[in-house]
Design a protein around this ligand. Structure first.
Ligand code: ADP
Ligand code: ZN
Length: 592
């Protein structure tokens, strides 16, 4: 809950407490002596009553000294007259019935209100993943654990056939366990799906549940780890209890790395809560019987940081890689999602699949959805050009045409982008330039897009070196034309440094360092004990040598082709987005 609500609650509580306190003292502004009826009558006879007032049968009065009195008077005084005459002490008990309810309601109202507000905030807090979840404690996990019938089937998961094949067995086991137990086979109780975000891990887990027709429980690893020690562990216990009750079922734990990061790594001193949760998880998994018919499916994109204990036999001993789809896979995923929208008949899915290298299933599904949204505004069905626009939007972020850019900025951006594009154009072996634009998208003022001709699974030294040159091209173009450097190259430099460091430290691409992997220190802020200071200096100078060589190469290309660069930039400034063909045309014209 945000600060505003927090403050509001505090003030409400203060105000209500004040009302409550006032309510308690109200009605007794000064001391009032309550007299029985008989005493009252005697006082009247003694003649010491002044300021008499009667409300129903409650008489309030003051005596001549100013003292306050109250008595209850019988509704029918004649009925008690005999007793009075006999000198009896008479006390009338007021008939409070109708009043009683109202009065107690009034005095309880503030408390009820308080309780109501408190309840409201707890509900609100535990609903979405907000910070208020801390209030939900161990048991109230109803919103955290989501149990459902899964409608997803294997046919909805496209392009990752190997992963699917490995899971078919699990489905068969859930449907008919005896087949396996009779044969003495042991089915893994834990399956770990690992792969990049958006590759369909959650979808696969749902598909297993859907195919087998069992309940699908899901919880995110980060939900286990709360700020109170012990909650995570109790959640794990509850989750498994619940799972066993509803067996056969699938328990899906997303982002398991939030709990399962290997112990004694990361933040200094470790995290007690996480360790307890992880231990509880291990204990629960060890306590599993094959007959329990509960399969735990966990997902992560950080297999490397998981605690080894999680991967031991009997725990997550089946590990399935869910990779980014290849061209064919992308085509299949696109088709699965295209079934849900109206598409025109001339769409060539293969071409689109080729133009979307590195897209995950989630991005492809997002792309189809973007195209459908565009069409919804216009009417009709999704065409090739809708898909192309949607692809650009997913790949590079939405256009921000409303962003106000000065002419100078626009010019700098244009030269910058053409700098990238021209270096890429001139270096043999680099990915062809697909599109250059100076329409701001997402955070970028402009973009140069390259598309590989074929899917690459590994990269050569020269390809990576070219990439360094291309990344530096933007900044060099600015320098050549304006003799000035802007912040626009920040992201380029970051990528250059990262790539060069990997080339030297991870892929053994520097002759002077050789084929050796140099890892960063385990604990941030400490030095790697296996690497001497001189060696670190050597590494650093290797990295900067590599970058300097790339810089010189790119600079030479752009100085040698300055006229071409000017011509392409003019074209880009005019059209704002130019394609491979436009660049080719300008270059042809230059030659003639
Ligand atoms: P992950 O769990 O790996 O991060 P998800 O399973 O949540 O990814 O995928 C998000 C969405 O992307 C899915 O709901 C689905 O619409 C789409 N998607 C991802 N992979 C595929 C796939 N292989 N086939 C079809 N759709 C996919
Ligand atoms: Zn750039």
């Amino acid at each position: 809950m945000n600060l505003f609500y927090k403050n509001l609650t505090i003030w409400l509580i203060i105000a209500l407490t004040a009302i409550l306190v006032l309510n308690i003292f109200k009605g007794q502004p000064e001391t009032v002596t309550v007299l029985t009826y008989s005493d009252f009558v005697h006082k009247v006879k003694d003649g010491i009553v002044a300021n008499f007032s009667l409300n129903k049968n409650i008489a309030t009065w003051q005596d001549s000294n100013g003292a306050h009195f109250r008595s209850v008077i019988p509704e029918n005084p004649a009925s008690v007259q005999n007793f009075l005459d006999a000198g009896a002490k008479i006390e009338i008990i007021p008939n409070r019935e109708p009043n009683w309810f109202l009065r107690s309601l009034l005095s309880w109202m503030p408390i009820l209100l308080l309780a109501g507000i408190w309840f409201f905030f707890i509900r609100k807090g535990s609903g979405q993943g907000g910070g208020g979840k801390a209030m939900a404690f161990g048991k109230s996990k109803a919103q955290l654990v989501d149990a459902q019938e899964s409608k997803v089937r294997f046919k909805d998961v496209a392009g990752i056939d190997e992963a699917k094949e490995e899971l078919v067995e699990i489905v068969e086991f859930l449907k008919d366990p005896t087949k396996f137990t009779d044969a003495g086979a042991r089915i893994p109780t834990g399956v770990l799906l690992h792969g990049e975000p958006g590759t369909g891990k959650t979808l696969l887990a749902k598909a297993i549940a859907g195919e087998a027709g069992v309940t699908f429980f899901s919880i995110s690893g980060s939900n286990f780890v709360e700020m109170y020690v012990g909650i995570g562990a109790s959640r794990v216990r509850d989750l498994f209890e619940e799972g066993k009750k509803k067996a056969p079922c699938i328990i899906f734990i997303d982002e398991i790395d939030a709990v399962g990061r290997h112990r004694s790594s990361g933040a200094a001193g470790g995290n007690d809560e996480r360790e307890q949760t992880l231990n509880q998880l291990l204990v629960e998994m060890d306590g599993f019987e094959v007959n329990d018919k509960v399969i735990i499916v966990a997902a992560t994109n950080r297999l490397d940081i998981l605690d080894q204990a999680l991967l031991r036999p009997g725990r997550f001993d089946r590990q399935v890689l869910v990779p980014l789809p290849d061209v064919l896979g992308r085509e299949q995923i696109l088709k699965v999602h295209a079934e849900k929208v109206k598409t025109s008949s001339d769409i060539d899915w293969n071409t689109i699949a080729k133009a979307t290298p590195g897209f995950s299933g989630a991005e492809l599904s997002n792309m189809i959805n973007e195209a459908a949204l565009m069409v919804a505004r216009r009417g009709g069905s999704v065409t090739m050009s809708d898909l192309d626009a949607a692809k650009d939007k997913v790949m590079m972020g939405a256009e921000r045409r409303s962003l106000i850019i000065t002419e100078d900025e626009k010019k700098i951006t244009a030269y910058h982008e053409v700098g990238h594009a021209l270096v890429a154009w001139m270096l043999p072996g680099s990915d062809p330039v697909h599109k250059v634009t100076i329409v701001p998208r997402g955070k970028a003022l402009g973009l140069t897009m390259q598309l590989p001709e074929t899917e690459k699974h590994s990269h050569s030294y020269s390809y990576l070196f070219n990439n360094l040159c291309i990344l530096l091209g933007g900044r060099i173009a600015e320098e050549l034309i304006f003799n000035e450097i802007t912040t626009g190259s920040g992201n380029d430099i970051e990528r250059v440094s990262d790539l060069a460091r990997k080339m030297v430290c991870e892929w053994g691409m520097s002759k002077n360092i050789g084929p050796i992997v140099i890892k960063a220190a385990d604990q941030p802020g400490t030095s790697n004990p296996l690497v001497s200071d001189e060696f670190i200096q050597k590494i650093n100078s290797e990295i900067s040598n590599l970058i300097n060589t790339a810089h010189d190469t790119a600079r030479k290309i752009l100085t040698d082709n300055k006229d071409t660069m000017e011509a392409i930039t003019l074209e880009l400034l005019e059209k704002e987005t130019i394609s491979n063909k436009d660049i080719q045309a300008v270059i042809d014209q230059q030659k003639s």
